[in-house]
Design a protein around this ligand. Structure first.
Ligand SMILES: Nc1ncnc2c1ncn2[C@@H]1O[C@H](COP(=O)(O)OP(=O)(O)OP(=O)(O)O)[C@@H](O)[C@H]1O
Length: 225
């Protein structure tokens, strides 16, 4: 089998450690994700899905345990190296799309590439290609307010994929969408995973969508089962 893109081992996380209001959210969570794999992360509200995604995506650190991304140990990297690794390897999609309202769809997908040192010309070409891959070739000049919810969420996926990450992390990405639109967004994502060898971890409450993924992991008492 191919080398894992993401490997989490023995991840523990307690908020407000040592205080009366301490909350242990993760307590020995293990997870391995391979290229071309899409995995559902299912758990009740408050169980720690966002916390786990933030640790996997190097936005937050675990108290104990290790995080490997693309075979490299990220656990003890300094802030600068973590940010670099995150920019290069990880794409994030949130429930609310967080697109920049004053920029067009095309600009929203171009900007992260400019931040990563890509030339304007190459960044725009890639943004056009990504938007076309989710059926939005005619919407590049629209601002988010002129797009439907499903279109906005597809732009958010394109933005997350703009720098060619090997890992996509999504937190309830279809939570705000009606079933038909959620289906369209999910199918676009599935196509990308299959075509590009991307690995995706998708937190969702939608059990129908979860059932269509390669595997489901549940977060129970701080562990993944
Ligand atoms: N910064 C923080 N300080 C203290 N407690 C926190 C913090 N962030 C999260 N928590 C607590 O940790 C627990 C897990 O939160 P998390 O957001 O990871 O859950 P979730 O499974 O993503 O929930 P939801 O599905 O509702 O988004 C919750 O009880 C939450 O209140």
């Amino acid at each position: 089998m191919s080398e894992p893109i993401l490997s989490l081992q023995g991840i523990a996380k307690t908020y407000n450690k040592g205080r009366p209001n301490a909350v242990t959210v993760l307590d020995g969570a293990d997870l391995t994700l391979h290229p071309g794999e899409i995995v559902a992360l299912v758990a009740p509200s408050g169980a720690g899905k966002s916390t786990l995604l933030h640790i996997a995506g190097l936005l937050d650190s675990a108290d104990t345990g290790s995080v490997h991304l693309g075979g490299q140990d990220m656990t003890r990297l300094g802030d600068r190296r973590r940010t670099e690794a995150r920019r290069a390897e990880v794409g994030f999609v949130y429930q609310a799309h967080h697109l920049l309202p004053e920029f067009t769809a095309l600009e929203n997908v171009t900007l992260p590439q400019l931040a990563n040192g890509v030339s304007a010309r190459a960044a725009q070409a890639r943004a056009r290609e990504l938007l076309a891959s989710v059926g939005l070739e005619a919407r590049g000049d629209h601002r988010p307010s002129a797009l439907s919810g499903g279109e906005q969420q597809r732009v958010a996926f394109c933005r997350a994929l703009a720098n060619g990450p090997r890992l996509l992390l999504a937190d309830e990405p279809t939570g705000n969408l009606d079933p038909a639109t959620s289906d369209t967004v999910f199918n676009a994502l599935m196509g990308l995973v299959r075509d590009t060898g991307l690995a995706a971890l998708i937190a969702t409450h939608n059990l129908d969508l979860a059932a269509r993924m390669d595997r489901q992991v549940r977060l129970e008492a701080g562990r993944l089962v």
